[in-house]
Design a protein around this ligand. Structure first.
Ligand SMILES: C[S@@+](CC[C@H](N)C(=O)[O-])C[C@H]1O[C@@H](n2cnc3c(N)ncnc32)[C@H](O)[C@@H]1O
Length: 227
């Protein structure tokens, strides 16, 4: 276990500041480059480096990430989404600001709602979520994995970035403190363990392709369809 001064920030929208509806979260700026680097490699490993396809981003938050992803991955048509109205208006403002043609209108998706996948045109090559699973009840993790299984193309991948325990290891003291602060906000929140998420993924018909240690004690999990 290591200490880190760069512990993940739990409430991106609350810390956001910006002109008009286009919110900015410092944490989203910080983690964009490592997420992009790992996503680039994961897509290449899946044979999707240049494949024209649709991607669904769950819980897009401010919209900073999807605006950047659309420029880095021009062969992908990005569908941003969130369950929060303020987030949706910020995502729309970032989409307009990006001035690209490969970002769809942000769509309201609440992963605790039944049948949320019906709002999305399938199949998609990529389902992505950053900093969602620990800031939501376990049911959101289950819903994310089930939805990914429903929506993914045969060769598609699901990509999750965030703060996890890895095989029972807190990874850092700051991660353990972060877990406590999350649970003090909502006892249903907290860091998920990669082992528990992998087991749930297997129940939903997804296999873990890789678990990647990321900067600031964060983690990426990549999933593909089983078999
Ligand atoms: C910490 S922010 C992460 C935003 C962005 N992905 C990032 O990494 O900067 C968490 C986001 O999850 C969204 N969220 C929380 N629960 C959700 C749910 N049940 N369905 C969809 N979005 C949800 C919130 O509205 C918020 O925008």
């Amino acid at each position: 276990m290591t200490k880190s001064d760069d512990s993940p920030k739990p409430f991106i929208l609350r810390e956001a500041a910006g002109d008009g509806a286009r919110l900015k979260a410092p944490s989203a700026e910080r983690n964009l480059a490592p997420i992009t680097e790992t996503l680039t490699r994961a897509l290449a490993d899946a044979g999707l480096a240049d494949t024209p396809m649709r991607a669904l981003e769950i819980a897009s938050g401010t919209g900073q990430h999807v605006a950047a992803f659309a420029k880095t991955f021009p062969h992908i048509h990005w569908q941003p989404s969130d369950g929060d109205a303020q987030a949706l208006s910020s995502i729309a403002a970032w989409r307009d600001h990006a001035g690209v043609g490969n970002i769809g209108e942000p769509v309201h998706l609440d992963l605790l709602a039944p049948d949320w996948t019906q709002a999305i045109e399938a199949p998609v090559g990529l389902v992505l979520a950053s900093n969602l699973l620990h800031i939501s009840p376990w049911e959101v993790t289950q819903s994310f994995l089930a939805g990914a299984k429903t929506l993914l193309a045969a060769d598609g991948i699901a990509f999750v970035y965030g703060c996890f325990k890895r095989g029972g290891d807190w990874v850092s003291d700051s991660n353990r403190a972060f877990d406590e602060s999350l649970k003090s906000r909502d006892p249903r929140w907290g860091l998920r363990d990669t082992v528990d998420v992998a087991a749930e993924a297997a129940r939903q018909g997804l296999a873990v392709r890789e678990v990647v240690a990321m900067p600031a004690n964060n983690t990426v999990m990549v999933f593909a369809r089983q078999g």
